[in-house]
Design a protein around this ligand. Structure first.
Ligand code: RTP
Ligand code: MG
Length: 140
């Protein structure tokens, strides 16, 4: 199968605890290649736009505040079946439900401060990659 791409964020709870390398290693060990990566401080507008699908959810305001509470590392990951492969190594949204060997089981602090984001479909992966990266910033 051909390599596909997905989009990942190492969230502020993880960068705060200096876990950028540890999380990246788990992604790489899962068969994903980091083909673009940058550390950014998201603006409120950027975070609101990124999570626009969750606008009506009760946790939207808190989620935006959390995502701008510190730097994040946005990444493009490439690999076979990248979206599903990444979702698998991330683990369940709530770390209490996450399987052993997943990033969230190892590092997430709570259902909100859960260390990583990963696109949930190939279609959303394209949209999310475009939201943060220009094509010439991605080197496969
Ligand atoms: P993500 O989008 O970050 O990869 O995570 P996900 O698909 O597993 O979770 P989703 O339902 O899309 O929610 C997006 C992010 O919102 C925060 N959240 N907080 N307080 C809450 O009940 C709650 N539920 C979700 C988490 O940071 C989650 O990753
Ligand atoms: Mg999601």
């Amino acid at each position: 199968m051909a390599a596909t791409r997905t989009f990942s964020i190492i969230k502020p709870d993880a960068t705060r605890r200096n876990l950028t390398g540890a999380v990246t290693k788990m992604l790489e060990d899962a068969g994903l290649r980091i083909v673009a990566s940058k550390r950014i401080q998201m603006t409120k507008e950027q975070a609101e736009g990124f999570y626009a699908v969750h606008k009506e959810r009760p946790f939207f305001g808190e989620l935006v505040e959390f995502m701008i509470s510190g730097p994040v590392v946005v990444q493009v990951l490439e690999g076979e079946d990248a979206v599903a492969r990444n979702r698998k190594v991330m683990g369940a949204t709530n770390p209490a439900d996450a399987d052993e060997g997943t990033i969230r089981k190892a590092y997430a602090e709570s259902i909100e401060a859960n260390s990583v984001h990963g696109s949930d479909s190939e279609e959303n992966a394209k949209i999310e990659i475009d939201y943060f990266f220009k094509e010439d910033e991605i080197v496969g």
